[in-house]
Ligand binder design. Structure first.
Ligand code: KIV
Length: 270
């Protein structure tokens, strides 16, 4: 589409969508062409998730990915996107040691083409980092509930916010994030009634990642949606295609054609 006709999604657009009672869509992307197609399909927010540690790089957990890797994937994705809001997930240890290095590392993502960054958790220190980033002109998305970078302290992949008391605690954190200036909050792996309660008591949009239908938006890992990543698929992910079979099929046909001499044909040579 002609660049002048495209209305770029920004952080205020998402608040307007929430206030109008509509929903917005979020998918992860890690490369240029996938990002281009997601943008063309109308996805509103494209997240360079640190899930790329597992799905794109084959690491065990999100802890293993670093700032430089996230910067390279951010550059690739940002080049493919015209309309969607591009958000980079800040990797483990990239914002935890001191405010100055947090601003520096987040700023590198903005310089690489991201429009915003995502940060997990809610300690006094994290709230201070979020405030300072917003003051610097770096929009911040929060992430509460199950936070993968806290996997070891949470004791595994466990559903959060299961009791009223636990939901109240997440709501308290969400309100603190809101006061620090975040523009949206991911709620991961919690009962949908808890996410509903939290969503209804916030003015910023909530984005469900396995937190049910009452949030203002839904996010999934694109490799789950495409049926590409097969090592593990969470219960809350919906598979819309079977890219693994498609890739296997194409690769097998190519292999056969090469070995039988059918590729290349007369039309495929100079
Ligand atoms: O890393 C990621 O992909 C994420 C989302 C799925 C929320 O954090």
């Amino acid at each position: 589409m002609c660049a002048q006709l495209i209305k770029k999604v920004n952080v205020k657009t998402l608040k307007k969508i929430k206030d109008s009672g509509e929903k917005f869509s979020v998918l992860t992307a890690y490369d240029y062409s996938t990002a281009k197609y997601l943008d063309e399909a109308g996805i509103d927010v494209i997240l360079i998730g640190d899930s790329l540690a597992m799905v794109a790089l084959g690491y065990e957990t999100t802890h293993c990915v670093g700032v430089e890797e996230m910067r390279i994937f951010t550059k690739a994705v940002a080049k493919g996107v015209e309309r969607a809001l591009v958000v980079t997930d800040m990797p483990f240890l990239s914002y935890h040691t001191d405010v100055a290095s947090a601003i520096q590392n987040c700023g590198e993502m903005i310089k690489s083409g991201a429009n915003a960054v995502k940060i997990e958790g809610c300690s006094d220190y994290i709230l201070e980092v979020m405030k300072r980033l917003v003051e610097t002109g770096i929009p911040v998305m929060g992430h509460l509930g199950f936070t993968p970078q806290f996997l070891n302290t949470l004791g595994g992949y466990k559903i959060q916010g299961k009791t009223q008391e636990a939901a109240d605690e997440i709501l308290k954190q969400a309100k603190q994030l809101e006061a620090s200036g975040v523009f949206a909050i991911v709620l991961e792996m919690m009962p949908q009634e808890s996410a509903k309660y939290i969503t209804e008591n916030l003015s910023v949009p909530t984005i469900s990642c396995g937190a049910g239908k009452y949030c203002d938006a839904q996010v999934l890992v694109s490799d789950d949606v495409f049926g590409k990543y097969s090592d593990f698929t969470p219960k809350f992910a919906r598979k819309y295609g079977d890219m693994k079979s498609f890739i296997l099929d194409c690769a097998k046909k190519f292999d056969e054609d090469v070995k039988s001499g059918k590729f290349p044909s007369e039309n495929e040579v100079f």
